[in-house]
Design a protein around this ligand. Structure first.
Ligand code: ASP
Ligand code: MG
Length: 406
């Protein structure tokens, strides 16, 4: 039995027309000789009645300090509603289907409410449903603890459900359907000639996703790598092939003979970053600051430590915590709000000289100030002022000729 896990995002389920398209995708898989296992997200976006953001707002209007356990109980309703609606839509079209919560589908998690990790999947009920000729439709983004409490897997976690199930069921492939055409070389809302990649390696998509590209949850890719499962990213509203993510592509490594222009796969960005500069030369104090930030769950990024100062970035929501910690340690400091981190990603850039120089040239030529950089073998990130975000992405896309990527 060749199982294909098909995950449908919230916009794909929003209207009866869209749901008909979803049914068609499921039926096409069946006709193609596959056994579909369906995973769904909550319907719609913020403001729509069952969307996750709406449910969070409902809770926060009642009480600012909701216990994460109760937050999860409410948040998980969005996906449960979707699973029942889609199972019944299939039934109305003459196909037997069965809706499952994450827990009923055998997804067991730890107790880290709102950010739970999957400990184990016992897919017996999914397999029973298949054996009885009923298409399983599973509520994404959720699981259950060993004590029976409902948990959620972190925002965007339906992707994680889909690929984790793919691994547990030794699926032939996982398909992630949404309203985008596939993995793109940059955000198409910013770059009009951004191109859809027909294929991408696990490592490049993992980098793009963790650097802000909203294509798939990065943790989902970790499951795909572990299970060696190809993931297809497709548009529900079209029949275009989308992007395939797999190891295949990984084998064509770059060499130093490649031009620096040819080694970039795509761009990702994160807005709303805050740069913190601490002018301080005592390593013991720096150490204490880093410890206290960690204890207060302030996650820091683009970290540079020099003999006389320390620089890093944080998310805007953590400014007050950070300010309090730094002031307590009596340091002179400077906070630069509203920055964006732009990342240039490509596993082929490993060992190829000139990528950084191309980035710096393109940005400075266009009067975009680089506030800070960080790099790994496969990614170079630049922190720029928020107002320069779109311009920086457009000029880098042009400079690296990413519109030519396929
Ligand atoms: N509905 C959840 C969220 O908005 C999970 C998902 O869509 O993947 O984060
Ligand atoms: Mg998503």
């Amino acid at each position: 039995m060749k199982i294909v896990v098909q995950k449908f995002g919230g916009t794909s389920l929003a209207t009866p027309e869209m749901r008909n398209r979803v049914v068609q995708k499921i039926i096409n898989a069946k006709r193609g000789g596959f056994q579909p296992v369906v995973v769904v997200s909550a319907i719609g976006r913020k403001g729509d009645p069952y969307a996750t953001d709406t449910l969070i707002d409902v809770n926060l209007k009642i009480c600012k300090d909701i216990h994460p356990r109760e937050m999860d109980l409410l948040m998980s309703c969005g996906e449960i509603i979707s699973s029942v609606i889609l199972a019944n839509t299939l039934k109305a079209r003459g196909y037997e289907a069965r809706a499952f919560t994450g827990g009923q589908a055998g997804i067991i998690t730890d107790c880290n409410f709102t950010e739970a990790d999957i400990l184990e999947i016992k897919p017996d009920r999914i397999l029973d449903s298949i054996a009885n000729g009923r298409i399983p439709v599973i509520a994404g983004f959720q699981g259950v603890t060993e004590d029976g409490d409902l948990t959620t897997l972190g925002r965007g976690g339906s992707d994680v459900t889909a690929v984790a199930l793919g691994e547990a069921l030794s699926a032939f492939a996982v398909e992630i359907y949404s309203d985008v055409d596939g993995v793109m070389t940059a955000d198409p809302k910013i770059v009009s000639n951004a191109s859809v990649l027909s294929q991408i390696s696990y490592s490049d998509i993992l980098e793009l996703a963790s650097k802000g590209a909203k294509v798939i949850h990065p943790r989902a890719i970790e499951y795909a790598i572990r299970g060696n499962i190809p993931v297809f990213i497709k548009n529900t509203g079209k029949s275009s092939p989308g992007t395939v993510v797999s190891f295949e592509y990984e084998r064509s490594f770059g060499s130093s003979k490649m031009l620096s222009k040819q080694v970039v796969t795509g761009l990702a960005h994160i807005t709303g970053r805050v740069q913190v500069i601490i002018n301080q030369d005592d390593p013991i104090v720096n150490n204490r600051i880093l410890r206290e930030l960690a204890d207060n769950r302030v996650s820091i990024d683009i970290i540079n430590i020099f003999p006389e100062k320390m620089i890093f970035t944080i998310e805007a929501a953590k400014i007050e915590d950070t300010r309090r910690i730094v002031e307590k340690n009596a340091c002179s400091y400077n906070i630069v709000e509203n920055c964006s981190k732009i990342s240039v990603v490509g596993s082929k850039m490993r060992g190829v000289p000139g990528v950084m120089s191309t980035i710096v040239k393109a940005l400075t030529k266009n009067n975009i100030q680089i506030l800070q950089t960080s790099d790994s073998h496969t990614t170079i990130s630049c922190l720029v002022k928020g107002e320069d975000t779109a311009k920086a992405i457009i000029v880098l896309h042009e400079e690296f000729e990413l519109y030519k990527n396929k």
